[in-house]
Design a protein around this ligand. Structure first.
Ligand code: GLP
Length: 260
């Protein structure tokens, strides 16, 4: 697990975009794992800028969203399908048919979740997964207690997450109780995971999943078992890390040929 502490979210966006651009050059039909929330926005902004100004090409790329609410009507402004479209995929030249998300409105949710897993597998799995982290340590919508081996499935949100996400809705009563999310086992299959966390409200979750025990009580801690994870944090989100100075020293002295 590599922890990189950066001065601003703009720099976080640039570093993650560098990794994605290098991947697309190496593998134009790369499979990108897409997250919602505010944390990945600087990455999407930087990728959109590079597409417009520098011709970064997504024409053969694929995208798979992490999660989706259950029970929002099709086209709902806050459905993650719409958020991903608005914040990212509409701003680059990725083919709309190459952008996938778990189906929160399927009649048979279990079958839809299996089909989603199968469609990811058929493309060889996710090459680079972008992640944020919830204040309770969730990734995707894998709340505390999620099986560390879970696959895409329905979950019930914890009240803290509904409160955190109420800012996107008129009131907390409009935040769905149920979601479908890639499981922790699904996320762990990605070849490279890039997790972004910014702001003091994330400091405790970052401390717990980076330096605490691996536990289902803090879902993101499973990333300690992944061979290629990059954690991009600002100073505020890094403020509770015990080994912050070591992470800074390591990054400052990293061999120049080594990307993230
Ligand atoms: C939601 C999403 C997560 C995201 C989290 C944090 O719950 N399902 O994927 O990481 O919010 O969001 P933010 O980055 O806005 O703090």
């Amino acid at each position: 697990m590599e922890v990189v502490i950066l001065p601003s979210s703009k720099q976080i966006g640039i570093m993650a975009a560098d990794a994605i651009a290098a991947l697309l050059r190496r593998k134009p039909n790369a499979v990108l794992g897409l997250a919602t929330g505010s944390s990945p926005l600087p990455i999407y902004n930087e990728l959109a800028r590079r597409h417009t100004e520098e011709g970064l090409d997504f024409s053969q790329a694929h995208g798979f969203a992490l999660d989706e609410y259950v029970g929002l009507e099709a086209g709902h402004y806050e459905s993650y399908k719409e958020v991903i479209r608005r914040e990212f995929t509409n701003r680059v030249n990725i083919a709309p048919e190459n952008v996938h998300g778990p189906d929160g409105s399927a009649q048979d949710i279990t079958a839809a979740c299996q089909a989603y897993e199968d469609s990811m597998m058929a493309l060889g799995g996710v090459d680079l997964q972008i992640l944020g982290v919830g204040t309770d340590g969730h990734i995707g919508f894998n709340e505390p207690g999620s099986s560390l081996a879970s696959r895409t499935r329905i979950k019930t949100l914890i009240e803290q997450t509904r409160r955190d996400n109420a800012r996107f809705f008129n009131s907390i009563d409009d935040v769905p109780h149920h979601v479908v999310t890639q499981g922790l086992g699904t996320i762990m299959d990605a070849k490279h995971v890039v997790l972004v966390a910014t702001g003091a409200q994330k400091a405790q979750a970052v401390r717990e999943f980076v330096e605490g025990p691996v536990s289902a009580m803090c879902a993101a801690s499973i990333l300690q078992m992944h061979p290629h994870v990059t954690i991009l944090v600002d100073e505020a989100a890094a403020s509770s890390l015990k080994l912050a100075d070591y992470y800074r020293h390591t990054f400052d002295n990293k061999p120049s040929w080594q990307g993230i």
